[in-house]
Design a protein around this ligand. Structure first.
Ligand SMILES: NC(=O)CC(=O)C(=O)O
Length: 281
C-alpha cells in the first residue's frame, strides 16, 4: 500500500491595500501572524500587497531585493515558522534598473528561497470596459517557479499567468501538486473568469489551486474583484470569500490528490505521439 502523505494547511490573506506602503506592510504582517496562530503552514499574500495596482506608481513604490518589505516578510516567516508566498511587489533590479512584478518566497526559517517575476504582463483592452497595460512600466520575468515546501512541490504564478494553461501544465510536469496565484482581477474579468480559470487549472492538472486577491478598496482607481479561492484537484471549491478583508483557509489533502490522479490517469494517457508540451529553457 502506498505511504500516506502528510497534509498541510494553506492560508490566503485577502487584505485591504491603500496608498501608504508602511501601513500596507503592517497590515500584511498582522494577518500573517493571525494565519500562523490558526495553524497555517503555507501562507500567501495577494498581488501588489504594498502598493496600489497602477502602472504609474510602480516605480515610486518599487524596492530592491534588499529593501525593507522583503526584510519584514523574511522576519515574519521566521518568527511564525511558516512558508510564505509574498504576494507581489514592484521590484527594482539594481543592475538593469527595470521594474518587475515580483513575488518573493520564504521558507520557514525566513530564508528567501526563490522569487517569481510575473511572466505574462497584463496588457489588455476590452472595449469600453477596461484597458490596462503593465508593460508601460514593467518588464516580464523569464523563469519558472516551483518550490519544494517539504509537504509537496508548489508552482507559483502571478495573476495573468493563470490564463496561460501551458505554464500550469509545465509546473505540474515539474512535480507541483499545488498552484498558487497571488492575483488581482477586476470587476470586468473577475466575475467572468476568476473562478472558471482556477477550476480549469485544477481539473487540467489534478492539482490544488489557490488564488489570493487584495480586498476591494472603494477608494482605489483599480477595483479588485476579491473572492480569494482555493479549489481542490476534483475542481471543487474548498474555500472562497467575498470582496472584503479576510483570511481564507484550506486543508490540503495530498492523499485525496493522489486518489484523483490515479482514478482518472490523464497524466499517463497523454498522446505524446500526437502532441507535446515543450519546455524551452
Ligand atoms: N491583473 C492581472 O494580471 C490579470 C487580470 O486581471 C485578468 O487576467 O483578468
Amino acid at each position: 500500500m502506498a505511504e500516506r502523505e502528510k497534509n498541510f494547511k494553506f492560508a490566503g490573506i485577502q487584505m485591504l491595500v491603500g496608498e501608504n506602503k508602511e501601513e500596507n506592510v503592517r497590515n500584511a504582517l498582522k494577518f500573517i501572524d493571525e494565519a500562523a496562530k490558526n495553524g497555517a503552514n503555507l501562507v500567501s499574500l495577494p498581488e501588489c500587497f504594498n502598493c496600489p495596482y497602477a502602472t504609474k506608481v510602480f516605480e515610486q513604490y518599487s524596492e530592491t531585493e534588499s529593501g525593507e518589505t522583503v526584510k519584514q516578510l523574511s522576519d515574519a516567516a521566521k518568527k511564525n515558522n511558516i512558508w510564505l508566498i509574498g504576494g507581489s511587489i514592484p521590484e527594482k533590479d539594481p543592475i538593469d534598473g527595470k521594474i518587475y512584478n515580483t513575488c518573493f518566497i520564504f521558507n520557514d526559517k525566513g530564508e528567501l528561497i526563490k522569487k517569481h517575476r510575473k511572466v505574462h504582463l497584463f496588457d489588455i483592452d476590452v472595449p469600453n470596459k477596461i484597458k490596462f497595460k503593465e508593460s508601460e512600466t514593467l518588464t516580464p520575468g523569464n523563469d519558472f517557479t516551483v518550490i519544494d515546501i517539504g509537504y509537496c512541490k508548489v508552482g507559483v504564478g502571478i495573476c495573468y499567468d493563470i490564463r496561460f494553461a501551458e505554464l500550469s501544465m509545465l509546473y505540474t510536469r515539474m512535480g507541483a501538486k499545488m498552484l498558487v496565484f497571488p492575483g488581482s482581477f477586476n470587476l470586468v474579468t473577475g466575475p467572468a473568469h476568476w473562478e472558471l480559470l482556477q477550476r480549469g487549472r485544477a481539473v487540467d492538472n489534478q492539482s490544488y489551486v489557490a488564488a489570493v486577491s487584495p480586498a476591494r478598496n472603494p477608494d482605489s482607481a483599480y477595483q479588485s474583484w476579491g473572492h480569494s479561492t482555493v479549489v481542490d484537484p476534483w475542481g471543487r471549491i474548498l474555500s472562497k470569500t467575498d470582496e472584503h478583508q479576510s483570511i481564507i483557509y484550506a486543508d490540503i489533502d495530498l492523499n485525496e490528490l493522489n486518489e484523483v490522479r490515479s482514478s482518472i490517469p490523464i497524466t499517463v494517457q497523454r498522446r505524446n505521439d500526437l502532441y507535446k508540451l515543450e519546455q524551452l529553457k
